[in-house]
Design a protein. Structure first.
Length: 430
């Protein structure tokens, strides 16, 4: 009989969010390995979307109540009745939400998700449940279904929650943080195991909660990127003497700040005109502020938020990809999903951040780029790349061998082993 797996993921294909990839790829791989996979998600179906990881008939798409469209409509009505502008109103609602909605703003999905799955299961019962966070509300759904169906569940941490996550406490009072920590500890008592993306994060979970925690990275899609065949070699064409560096994704004030790179460009003097830095991601003012401080506006293009396809294109057209992380030991275990996108693009990576972290170690050990947060060191590396373009007309792509062991099937095979062991333990306990 096929092993049965239920995946609980707030975001799931056809969503293009980074959070949808991990559960989507696990579903795809598990189905290919002859597991009977079902999915519970808040992401709506889309007629024009490519084939999902599993048949649509095996996906329960439960909308939050109230729906997000209703919430937006409520905000607009409140704005119409108030003298407060939309931005101020949304800020106020965000502050209230962070303090009142426990564990997060997706808590309105929990009850509809549990009810719809139970009403549509038609006698089907999983051997094991996997729930991925964020949002942490997915854990409430998993714990409820685990209790109701009498099967074990696994807590998947793409990001940690109340410990080891310095982005999470923002805007929350001490009382609210204590409540969330109590909730996390209580939920984990019912979890059979935890999985996270790096050993430093796993160690935090073991030491804090005493829970069995394994490591499974996100991994690299073996398929070529959607635009790889369409994009010319970045070393050819009219801009061949220009060194193009690209950052895709979100920056964060005070933590993920590109200032060291832009300061390095300023240090190049006359050569700064040969360097072009492209930012593609949510325009929250961080890049612009760093550009103005460094005085290098002529060397920077800020595209703002772009589609997934455009993001791939920006990466494929660059000579070097920029990964901006937090230069702090507390970020040592962070492994952004974007890092695997960068490896897939096979462009050298310039990483700004903590030089003794997991990602920095991978870049150095695999000779996949350069790691520094010192503008002078970065400037020297930019000069070296410019000299390489002068000599050969291009920055060579990284060898395919650097991807060995990091493909998604390598990581997902390990994940299925963890889920199979958890299911077997659950059967023994029953």
């Amino acid at each position: 009989m096929k092993p049965r797996l239920l995946i609980i993921a707030y975001d799931f294909p056809p969503s293009e969010s980074v959070g949808a990839r991990r559960p989507g790829e696990l579903a795809r791989f598990a189905a290919a390995q002859q597991w009977d996979v079902r999915v519970l998600t808040a992401t709506a179906a889309r007629p024009d979307a490519p084939d999902a990881s599993v048949p649509e008939s095996q996906i329960v798409r439960a909308a939050p109540v109230p729906r997000s469209a209703q919430l937006v409509s409520s905000v607009r009505r409140a704005e119409a009745r108030s003298r407060v502008g939309r931005r101020q109103l949304l800020t106020m609602l965000g502050v209230i939400g962070r303090e009142v909605l426990i564990p997060d703003a997706c808590v309105n999905w929990v009850v509809p998700a549990v009810r719809q799955f139970l009403s549509r299961q038609r006698g089907w019962r999983p051997d094991v449940i996997m729930a991925t966070n964020p949002p942490a509300s997915a854990y409430l759904v998993a714990a409820a279904l685990s209790r109701r169906l009498g099967v074990p569940w696994v807590a998947d941490y793409r990001d940690l929650w109340t410990v080891g996550n310095d982005y999470w406490p923002y805007g929350r009072t001490r009382i609210r943080r204590a409540v969330d920590h109590w909730m996390e500890r209580r939920l984990l008592r019912s979890a059979a195991a935890c999985v996270t993306i790096s050993e430093p994060l796993a160690e935090i979970m073991r030491n804090t909660f005493g829970v069995d925690t394994q490591v499974v990275m996100n991994g690299i899609d073996r398929r070529p990127s959607p635009v790889a065949a369409e994009v010319p070699d970045p070393g050819t064409g009219p801009g061949a003497r220009t060194l193009t560096l690209a950052h895709t994704g979100r920056l964060n004030p005070g933590k993920r700040d590109p200032s060291p790179l832009l300061d390095a460009v300023a240090l190049l003097g006359p050569q700064a005109g040969r360097v072009h830095v492209v930012f593609a991601g949510e325009d929250n003012g961080v890049a612009q502020a760093a550009v103005e401080r460094a005085g290098v506006a002529d060397s920077v293009t800020n595209l703002g938020e772009v589609s997934a396809e455009k993001s791939w294109r920006v990466q494929a057209e660059a000579d070097v990809l920029v990964l901006v992380m937090w230069n702090d030991p507390r970020d040592a275990g962070t492994v952004p999903g974007k890092f695997f996108d960068y490896l897939r693009a096979r462009r050298p990576i310039l990483m700004i951040g903590y030089r003794d972290g997991v990602v920095a170690g991978i870049i150095r050990s695999r000779r996949a780029g350069f790691v520094s947060s010192d503008p002078r060191e970065i400037a020297d590396q930019l000069r070296a790349w410019l000299a390489e373009k002068d000599d050969s007309g291009r920055i060579p792509e990284l060898p395919a061998s650097i991807l060995d062991g990091f493909y998604r099937e390598d990581q997902m095979d390990r994940y299925l082993g963890i889920l199979a062991d958890t299911a077997a333990q659950g059967r023994s306990a029953r």
